[in-house]
Design a protein around this ligand. Structure first.
Ligand SMILES: *Cc1c(COP(=O)(O)O)cnc(C)c1O
Length: 679
């Protein structure tokens, strides 16, 4: 449920917010509603005192107005000059305290919505953070239409809902044409309810308000609550209309689904108003937090230019600029960018390109693809074919094509890692022998470099990636790196390939490419591969592939902004300390009786749960132990999604140290609570 209150803002500083707050306070009180007042930030003046006194409010002045500056200037300056740092958390807590005491809280802003409170923080952000809808106070006079419509538009583009407009008559008399017609114009062009007009009162008192304004202001839109009912309706309609991915819908029908209606930073909010830490970055995609200003603005700006045009026969500005930037940040030899819209399509394209490349240049026998056991490359038939997770594979076995599957360079949770390393080394030796013999028939080797995500965050020992790359080079096999999960900082470097200085022939990117904003993917290739498609038109050696939304300008604009944030915020540098913290704190999980293995690379973590370490016993998959832990952790205010018996942590790169600690302690507790009852 949304908090029961309203944020009063205005078109200008002197439009009469305090008068209107007072009027609303009196009228609501008259209806038997206990009203609280908050003026979080005030620069000079006596607004808070006036409201406290005349609305007969018992809360102390400091509770009503936690931040006061002496000078009548913009808050960001006024408080800086007095060396006061404004703590938004403190304001939020104070507001929550007041909303517990009172039936309804009127929060009065200072100035208009675009007034800066401190660096990178405007009055509109405060309204957002308090989760309040706004009422706009507007002067009834000439020039109002423009200011009011601007305020409405700005409020909406900041994600605020406008409950309505209240006009304040600042001059005596009936006024001229503007005073009489403005409200109609604003209602029509702004598409907002007009709540009424506060008539001219040289000195507002309870009595004058009751005399002049009673029944003149429509209070209903203020009191409208987004009730539990709306949330219940959404849940019901979800069950009725949505078929969820990777979900046994028979189970889903029995569950109480969370419906996300907002997100900010590392937090998601559900339709009941509860906030959760986004512990898996909205399925491994979010990097810089939700509602990041730079990316928000880039997408909004692009919407005002063109939202979609096609790359089939045309090009577009963000697609060109992003391709250039991707070529810059990926390993040097990658020069050409083929866009699509998901990780699966990026991989599908990679294998089609690799296959056709050899066909085009006349090596017709090179048709086979090697991949690793437990690999995951997506859900379209081509990418399922080169997947190694049996569960996703078995049903479709008659539809998919044959491949060569090589063992994964990692022991199971109980394996002795030393013995395994030797084993794997032998396995690579065998691979070498195999490739010597068969390279004439092999087109490509596809891997998820270093971290096999969906397999349960399997992390390879050092040096494996380089060895596979070398073997591919020696035997003339195209090396495809699927960096869909590992790309864009996840492993501590921009791309996992950089850890071992590897330069693939083809690289697949998706997930983090648009910082979790819009569906986008890219398959990058070398000049050599690209040249393998340059032939006379009549030879029909074109790459016959393309999706309708290929190179979508909005998604590309988000991706460009993503790269800008990496630079501006020095994201890669900043995550190093967090990776260390994570590494240190994860050691504690070894104390848990049922934690069999902990795997980490960068900000990718897999915690494998086992029934018994001693008896080397796995949890049967039917027990859904991972799912149970992730259900439990919601009670601690965290969203996670498991991979079988592996609990995955994959927070946004922008997560703070304290949020990271919260994520870890909630996960620890949830594992403890769930698994201990399973001894
Ligand atoms: C998620 C993932 C994919 C598939 O991406 P979608 O966008 O879900 O199609 C492919 N490869 C890897 C390594 C992934 O993690």
């Amino acid at each position: 449920m949304k908090p029961k209150g309203i944020f009063i803002t205005a078109t200008d500083t002197d439009a009469g917010k305090t008068t209107v707050s007072f009027v609303l306070g009196v009228l609501l009180h008259q209806k038997g509603i206990d009203v609280g007042i908050m003026k979080p930030i005030q620069c000079a003046g006596r607004d808070a005192q006036f409201l406290k006194k005349n609305l007969r409010i018992k809360d102390s002045l400091r509770e009503i107005n936690p931040y006061f500056a002496k000078e009548p200037i913009s808050p960001h300056l006024a408080f800086a000059r007095q060396k006061i740092a404004i703590d938004i958390e403190k304001i939020k807590k104070q507001y929550q305290a007041l909303s517990l005491i009172h039936d309804f809280v009127i929060v009065e802003g200072a100035g208009g919505l675009m007034v800066p409170i401190k660096d990178n923080y405007l009055m509109a952000d405060l309204a957002r953070d308090l989760e309040l809808d706004v009422v706009v106070v507007s002067k009834l006079s000439l020039g109002t239409i423009n200011h009011t419509l601007l305020t409405i538009e700005q409020a909406r583009s900041c994600g605020l809902d406008v409950r309505g407009i209240i006009f304040n008559q600042i001059k005596k008399g009936k006024g001229g044409i503007p005073e009489k017609t403005n409200s109609q114009a604003i209602k029509k062009f702004g598409q907002v309810p007009i709540l009424g007009t506060v008539s001219y009162m040289p000195k507002a008192t309870r009595n004058s308000v009751l005399r002049q304004c009673k029944n003149k202001i429509n209070l209903k839109p203020l009191l409208k609550q987004e009730t539990k009912k709306a949330s219940q309706r959404l849940k019901k309609e979800d069950r009725e209309y949505i078929w969820h991915p990777f979900t046994q819908m028979q189970d889903w029908q029995k569950e109480n689904p969370l419906i996300i209606d907002q997100a900010k930073g590392c937090y998601l909010r559900d339709s009941n108003g509860k906030w959760y830490l986004d512990g898996v970055s909205s399925l491994w995609v979010n990097l810089h937090g939700h509602q990041h200003k730079t990316i928000d603005q880039a997408v909004c700006r692009q919407v005002k230019k063109v939202s979609h045009s096609t790359l089939l026969g045309l090009s577009n500005v963000p697609a060109v600029e992003l391709a250039r930037e991707l070529a810059k940040i990926t390993p040097k030899t990658l020069r050409k960018v083929f866009y699509s819209d998901s990780g699966s399509t990026a991989v599908e394209i990679a294998i089609k390109i690799a296959y056709q490349y050899w066909q085009n240049i006349g090596q017709k026998k090179k048709t086979k693809i090697i991949h690793l056991a437990h690999s995951y490359h997506g859900d379209t038939l081509g990418s399922v074919s080169i997947g190694g997770i049996d569960l996703f594979h078995k049903v479709y076995r008659h539809l998919i094509f044959k491949t060569i599957k090589w063992p994964t360079p990692y022991p199971d949770a109980f394996g002795d890692k030393k013995i395994f390393a030797k084993d794997f080394s032998r396995s690579i030796d065998r691979l070498e022998i195999f490739l010597k013999k068969s390279n004439q028939t092999i087109a490509a080797f596809v891997v998820e470099p270093i971290v096999q995500g969906a397999a349960g965050m399997i992390v390879w020992p050092k040096g494996i990636l380089k060895r596979i790359e070398k073997l591919c080079r020696q035997h003339n096999i195209l090396f495809i790196a699927d960096e869909v999960a590992t790309g864009f900082g996840r492993t501590g470097k921009m791309f996992a390939c950089e850890h071992e200085n590897v330069t693939p022939d083809v690289m697949c990117l998706a997930k983090g490419i648009s910082a979790g904003y819009l569906p986008l993917a890219a398959t990058l290739t070398t000049q050599k591969i690209y040249d393998g498609f340059l032939f006379d038109y009549k030879e029909q050696k074109t790459f016959f592939h393309g999706h309708t939304y290929t190179g979508n300008p909005l998604a590309c604009a988000a991706a460009l902004a993503n790269l800008e944030v990496f630079k501006k915020e020095k994201t890669l540098k900043k995550i190093q300390a967090k990776i260390k913290l994570l590494e240190a704190e994860l050691k504690n999980f070894k104390n848990l009786f049922h934690v069999g293995d902990i795997r980490q690379k960068g900000l990718m973590v897999g915690i494998e749960l086992v029934k018994s370490k001693k008896k080397r016993q796995q949890y049967p998959w039917q027990e859904k132990i991972g799912v149970k832990v992730c259900q439990k952790v919601r009670e601690h205010g965290v969203i996670l999604r498991p991979l079988g018996n592996v609990v995955v942590l994959m927070p946004p790169l922008s997560i703070s140290r304290s949020e990271l600690k919260k994520l870890l302690s909630a996960t620890y507790q949830a594992i403890d609570e769930v698994t201990e009852s399973y001894v």
